[in-house]
Design a protein around this ligand. Sequence first.
Ligand SMILES: Cc1cc2nc3c(=O)[nH]c(=O)nc-3n(C[C@H](O)[C@H](O)[C@H](O)COP(=O)(O)OP(=O)(O)OC[C@H]3O[C@@H](n4cnc5c(N)ncnc54)[C@H](O)[C@@H]3O)c2cc1C
Length: 543
Amino acid sequence: MTATLCEPALAVTARLAGPRPTWERRADVIVVGSGVAGLSLAHSLAGSGLSVAIVTKATVGEGSTTWAQGGVAIASGVGDSPEEHLRDTLVAGAGLCDEAAVRILVTEGPAAVDTILRAGAQFDTDSDGRLQFTREGGHSRARIVHAGGDATGLEIQRTLEKAVHNVDVFEHAFALDALTDQYGAVAGLRVGRLDENGNCLEVGIVRARAVVLATGGMGQVYASTTNPEVSTGDGVALALRAGAEVRDLEFVQFHPTVFYRGPGARGRQLLISEAVRGEGAILVDADGERVMAGAHPLADLAPRDVVSATMAARMARTGVDHLYLDARDLGEDTLLRRFPTIVAGVRSAGIDPVTEPIPVAPAAHYACGGVTADMSGRTSVTGLYAIGEVACTGVHGANRLGSNSLLEGLVTARRLATLLKAELPPQRAIEDTSIAGSTIDAGARLELTVGMARDVGVMRTPEGMRDMARLLQKAAPAGDPGLAAWEATNIHTIATALTAAALCRAESRGAHRRSDITDRRDEWLRHITITARDGVLSTGETA
Ligand SMILES: Cc1cc2nc3c(=O)[nH]c(=O)nc-3n(C[C@H](O)[C@H](O)[C@H](O)COP(=O)(O)OP(=O)(O)OC[C@H]3O[C@@H](n4cnc5c(N)ncnc54)[C@H](O)[C@@H]3O)c2cc1C
């Protein structure tokens, strides 16, 4: 049930501008994105007889998956059970998880991980060849399987890239907008081909029976993030323009321990995995005083929303912009064996974690919200599907439990493959392929992302959020079509929808924290939904 919630409505771009289409192709299934979700889907569709095309806006490996460190959560360890994994996920989700969706995640998780192992992934094992399990924040047991110590995502990406065959892959191909039939069902995609500098070479059309968004997250909407350059929220913005519902956008998870390079740091930053705290590292201030002692029963391993909010409060109170992660007690052997990538990254920035505490601050990490979808990827629009981080299936609620997202990509991709093999929609006639559009000035991106970090970050004030909404509405249409303008426009759309949702939610819950209303409110035990019509957003709510 959806009802109008907050006014006034805010304006975003209705269609992305681009030259007239000059080429055309056809596929049964077009997958946008080549991370764990997109590649797992293509892998699971092998042998189905369906033609599959992947479009990806950079090179194949350039998504968040490649950077994922800690691992994948599965309740397969001794004494563990899906029921316990479910319970931990629901607790972290702060009342807003969809329990049925979480149940699917935790019960189908082990089989989904088995698929990737059978495809050739090498996960870390003990001397008897049994998978090793580690612990992360919010998990009551050691249930995270990992690869290469702290390079789990890279191993998954490598495995899937090798395992996917008989698929047309278009790199440097930017999904602009969905194309629809006269009833609004999705029947294809408008794609801009880019040169290596991001200039638009030409635009084309791919007709398809199913368009699958697997475009990952939106961390680049913030000035500083753990996410790679490609994570600009394109799939959510595209879905809004296609008439789909999006949900829970206000719940942006800020990872507590992101390497702090200084106040001017912009773009992707080095993540210090939660597994480092899982192995015993602690958060301290400049005087060596523990930050999390007494803040939560799980102390340094409290859920991420709690740790980030506690850090933000300590930093505000003491007037500093970073704290420290002290991993010295782990010793050089453990640090190098378990976290080779992290140690190398931190050392290359001039800090030796063996002998010095690591400077850290929270940064944007994971989008709990996204395109409303079920666990098989169905969205509110016929012919449009969403899996992986771009989707909001309800498994993360108001705050994701660490290591549940690679898992979600694996599980939902398998389920969507089963669905598409059984009931692929018919090819529909595209109503209009020559839609005019606009973009906002790419030069506005920096001001918008810095504003989002300041005003709609870990701790939100009503004045800050209103200032941000005003700034967003001032962004002027301009710019030549191409990567910079398309991404800036999508960032503007996401920032506008996210700020609208954050302004609406008059409570603090999970990853959404307000300085003026610091407690949870029962009347807000519901989801804020957003839709767009002709470039005007409207907010609603659903149970
Ligand atoms: C540093 C880091 C560490 C993490 N560690 C963990 C972890 O240990 N465990 C865990 O479970 N999760 C972790 N996560 C989260 C997890 O990695 C992501 O949620 C997950 O990899 C998302 O997979 P995906 O397939 O949905 O998207 P991605 O892997 O991000 O792939 C998205 C793809 O879509 C493409 N794309 C985007 N927009 C367009 C467009 N307009 N047109 C065409 N292509 C487009 C991109 O180029 C990319 O190929 C981590 C994330 C980060 C950033």
